[in-house]
Each structure stands twice: as structure tokens, then as C-alpha cells.
Design a protein around this ligand. Structure first.
Ligand code: GLU
Length: 303
């Protein structure tokens, strides 16, 4: 398929919408970004890359990291994580405390913060001694060895993470964290604070469009595990707007409050869009609109 003209057209048609919405401010450092940027990249499973707009500008990946943490845990530890995390949409904000107490410390899914903290805890346990779990995977799969944690963003989140501290301590009180709370929070904050561009993330997400095969052809996940991560992205990947995202875009997706969204066309390609201004559900307004246009024009949707 000829993607380049389409991506250039999308950049043009998205421009008038770049002033809509607001940049995330729950992590003060994220509010410093120039807000009216937009980038899009597509990486096919064969490794062709098409990009347009601000596709090479690094941004804070935030909750997109949760997909990569889950992939590593499934790859290294199999299915046992599902004894500690459910697989249902939450219907509550991603950082809600209420539901966790009602459900005795078992998070609803791995993409809300409580679930991601449990996944990160497990990743620490099964990767003893390895410093760069998610960052290492992103570097390997994107081919960009200089990807880094933005230490300013990480420090900013550390100073303002009262809610995540509350979630982590509550999980620990229920016996659902094995590692010290501060170690889990540090690892979580650092993986969220990785900076990567649309092109980096489209390339790094290709294994989700390739039955779990890595850049070098080795299996990270088997096809069933890959299907399951994609399924969870459909139901739980875009905060409380997963229904609207499925309706408009029709692909597995995962968003972050840095304004990025990854989306997967199984067996074909991975896409990453980025624009910092978010709608009321926390998803990038221009990003969702761009993916809507992409799937409408190409017919590439799982539905
Ligand atoms: N590090 C952010 C937090 O825990 C991630 C939020 C997000 O992107 O959804 O609040």
C-alpha cells in the first residue's frame, strides 16, 4: 500500500485541529512541551517505514510503556501474571483508588496504573540485575540505541506521584507486590519517562503486528500471546474511551498522557501518532482523529 501520500495528507488535514484540547499537567514537566506538534509513522512488519510531520521528535511515552512491560512479563514468565491482574475494562479513571479497594487489591487490567504497577513488580522479579527492561526492549526493536529516560520528566513525576504511591502501598497491603514499594515506583516512573519518536515507537511495536516476532526474527511472544495483548489494547488501551476508539479507529491501541498513541494492524503494520493536546478522556485529540482518517482511507481495521 502507498502510505507516504496518505500520511502527508493526514498531516495537512489534522493541522486545523492542533489547537484543540490541553496538554497533560499531572506531571508538571510534561506541560513544558510545545503543544501544536503532530507526527505520524507507520512501520510494516517487513520493516518499511513511512513518516510525516513531527515524526522524529522524541516525546514522553508515558502509559504506552505499559504494553512493553506486559510483553516482557509474558515473554519471561508466561501467564502467571493473570493470577494478580484481571483483564476487564475498568470504567474508572486510570489512576482510580476506589475500584482497587472494592476488588481486594487485584487491578482490573494491566493498563490502568494499579495493574501496570503489578506488572512492573513482576518484571523486576523476573529480570533480576537487568537495568533496562522496557528501555532495552524499545532500543532493540526500534534500532535506536540512544533512546533514553528523560530524567527531568522522571524527577517531576517522582515529586508529584502521590496517587501512584497510594496505589502501590495499597497493593502492598493486599500482598500484591513482591518488591519494595519504592523500587516498583522508581521502575514504573522510569519506564513511563522514556522519550521516543513516532518512528521509534512504530518500529518498536512491530512485534505486535508480526505474531510476536522481534526485529531479528526471534520470537518475543508466541502468536497467542500477541493476540491477547492486542485484544487487551482494544478493550483497555485508551482509558475510558476504548469504546469510542474502537468505534472510530477500529484497531488495538494504547495511548499515553504525553500525547502518543500506538496502534496495530495485526499481521500488517504498527502505527504511532503523537500530538500533545489531550481530550477529556486523556487521549490525544489530533492523534485519534489521524488514526480515524488512516483506517477510514485504507480500510485497515480489525472490524
Ligand atoms: N506516568 C503516568 C502516571 O502514572 C502515566 C499516565 C498515562 O500516560 O496514562 O500517572
Amino acid at each position: 500500500m502507498e502510505f507516504q501520500n496518505l500520511l502527508d495528507d493526514i498531516v495537512g488535514s489534522i493541522k486545523p485541529r492542533l489547537g484543540e484540547g490541553n496538554v497533560a499537567n499531572s506531571i508538571p514537566e510534561l506541560a513544558a512541551v510545545e503543544p501544536n506538534q503532530f507526527g505520524i509513522s507507520v512501520a510494516t512488519r517487513e520493516g518499511e517505514v513511512y513518516s510525516s510531520g513531527d515524526s522524529e521528535t522524541p516525546f514522553s511515552i508515558q502509559s504506552i510503556s505499559k504494553v512493553f512491560a506486559l510483553a516482557l512479563v509474558l515473554a519471561r514468565d508466561g501467564e502467571s501474571i493473570w493470577n494478580r491482574v484481571f483483564r476487564e475494562p475498568s470504567g474508572n479513571p486510570f489512576n482510580s483508588l476506589v475500584q482497587l479497594e472494592h476488588e481486594n487489591g487485584i487491578p482490573r487490567n494491566p493498563f490502568i496504573n494499579a495493574g501496570a504497577l503489578v506488572v512492573t513488580d513482576r518484571l523486576l522479579s523476573v529480570s533480576a540485575g537487568e537495568a533496562n527492561g522496557v528501555l532495552g526492549l524499545l532500543r532493540d526493536e526500534s534500532g535506536n540505541a540512544v533512546l533514553q529516560v528523560d530524567t527531568g520528566v522522571a524527577a517531576s513525576e517522582s515529586r508529584h506521584n502521590h496517587r501512584n504511591q497510594a496505589l502501590a502501598h495499597f497493593l502492598a497491603s493486599c500482598g500484591n507486590l513482591d518488591n519494595p514499594v519504592d523500587d516498583v515506583l522508581d521502575a514504573y516512573i522510569n519506564q513511563c519517562a522514556v522519550s521516543a519518536s513516532c518512528t521509534d515507537l512504530a518500529l518498536a511495536s512491530r512485534f505486535l503486528a508480526a505474531n510476536g516476532a522481534r526485529r531479528d526474527g526471534a520470537a518475543l511472544l508466541d502468536p497467542h500471546q500477541t493476540k491477547r495483548i492486542n485484544a487487551m489494547m482494544v478493550t483497555c488501551g485508551t482509558y475510558d474511551a476504548a469504546g469510542e476508539f474502537a468505534y472510530r479507529v477500529g484497531l488495538p491501541g494504547k495511548s499515553g498522557i504525553g500525547g502518543g498513541i500506538i496502534a496495530v494492524v495485526p499481521n500488517y503494520c504498527a502505527i504511532c501518532v503523537w500530538s500533545p493536546r489531550l481530550g477529556s478522556s486523556g487521549n490525544s485529540i489530533a492523534g485519534v482523529a489521524a488514526l480515524d482518517e488512516f483506517t477510514s482511507c485504507t480500510g485497515l481495521s480489525i472490524f
